[in-house]
Ligand binder design. Structure first.
Ligand SMILES: Nc1ncnc2c1ncn2[C@@H]1O[C@H](COP(=O)(O)OP(=O)(O)OP(=O)(O)O)[C@@H](O)[C@H]1O
Ligand SMILES: [Mg+2]
Length: 324
């Protein structure tokens, strides 16, 4: 059976006045129906732009090449922008990292959500029915005094509240794929759990595929089936969450895990990340963009195309010298 989302060999460059940014290099990933895949990596590694590339939202200076960006077996690249409008929002929804600025500041959030639902719902809905559904959804994601909140403008709401409004917008249209970019980063821990449970019930009960972009490895390991580790626009490791988080094979995955509080008993166990991401405007980037930071590096890492090791059938590591 084909996966709900399949990306093969996605390369993305941005043309900027300061030069060409080699932002994504041969990215490949897939998400099945009813599967939640975590996309992790330090800030600037290319997680959000991967999600935006699926949604065609990278902006006019982006140059995208891919062998395939397919939804349920259909390559989306062949669609005109007009045809793509029926995919965006209805079949694929994205929860944006910066929820507050992603909402229309000039409209009350209840109106925004009602419009979204009426534009994307498969059936025709009266305004009144749409508002009733929006209200149910707001209550379901734990917004108190939901009816009053519908009359608020984004500027009147906290960041966490705006994030929940975005999550409601994504869930309302019952999409087949949800790209959730840090969907819970502005929420307190109890609300985080509520929102994750809701996302996961859409995933498990309705078979929605979820690409969960996050810095929070504890949340990722608690909820996700698989994890994909990204660095400087390259996918370095992809495997079952319990393998990647418990026994990472790529030196970068190890470094990332060692630098995060997840699984540590005290702050003394944290190890800061060594080095920095390479400047993606360089035309002479090494074959493995982690090479300059890696303790296992050899000449081949800079000059030869990186082989894929398979510690288990579902686990792939792009590295010449992965850990055993
Ligand atoms: N429109 C653009 N023009 C030029 N460069 C861009 C553009 N959009 C993103 N980039 C660059 O692409 C790289 C990846 O950015 P991205 O936002 O995907 O990172 P991220 O992994 O989501 O980071 P974070 O965890 O901080 O959200 C960064 O170096 C960023 O500066
Ligand atoms: Mg991001």
């Amino acid at each position: 059976m084909t996966a709900m989302l399949e990306i093969d060999n996605l390369t993305l460059e941005f043309e900027t006045p300061a030069g060409r940014v080699h932002a994504l290099d041969n990215v490949g990933l897939s998400v099945d129906r009813g599967e939640c895949v975590a996309l992790v990596g330090e800030s600037g590694s290319g997680k959000s732009i991967t999600g935006m590339a699926i949604m065609r939202l990278n902006g006019p200076n982006a140059r995208i090449r891919a062998s395939r960006i397919a939804l349920d077996g259909t390559d989306l690249q062949g669609l005109t922008d007009k045809a793509f409008q029926t995919i965006r929002g209805r079949r694929v929804a994205m929860i944006f990292q910066n929820a507050k600025s992603a909402l229309n500041p000039l409209r009350k959030v209840g109106d925004t959500l009602t419009d979204i639902l009426r534009a994307h719902a498969p059936e025709r809905l009266s305004r009144r029915d749409a508002r009733a559904r929006v209200l149910d959804m707001l209550e379901m994601i734990g917004i108190r005094e939901a009816e009053d909140r519908m009359y608020a403008y984004p500027a009147e709401l906290s960041g966490g509240m705006c994030q929940r409004i975005m999550i409601a917008a994504a869930l309302l249209c019952e999409p087949e794929l949800i790209i959730a970019d840090e969907p819970t980063s502005a929420l307190d821990v109890t609300t985080q759990v509520k929102v994750m449970d809701l996302l996961m019930s859409a995933c498990r009960e309705r078979g929605v595929a979820v690409l969960f972009i996050t810095h929070d490895l504890a949340l990722a390991s608690a909820y996700c089936d698989r994890a994909v580790v990204m660095h400087a626009g390259q996918m370095l490791e992809d495997g079952p969450a319990e393998e990647v988080f418990v026994h990472p094979r790529h030196p970068y995955s190890r470094m990332l895990l060692d630098s995060m509080p997840y699984g540590k008993e005290s702050a003394a166990d944290l190890k800061p990340m060594g080095g920095n991401l390479p400047d993606l405007r360089r035309d002479d980037l090494p074959a493995c963009r982690f090479a300059e930071r890696c303790s296992r590096v050899q000449d081949c890492c800079r000059t030869q195309s990186i082989p894929e090791a398979r510690p288990s059938e579902a686990h792939a590591v792009r590295c010449f010298f992965p850990h055993d």
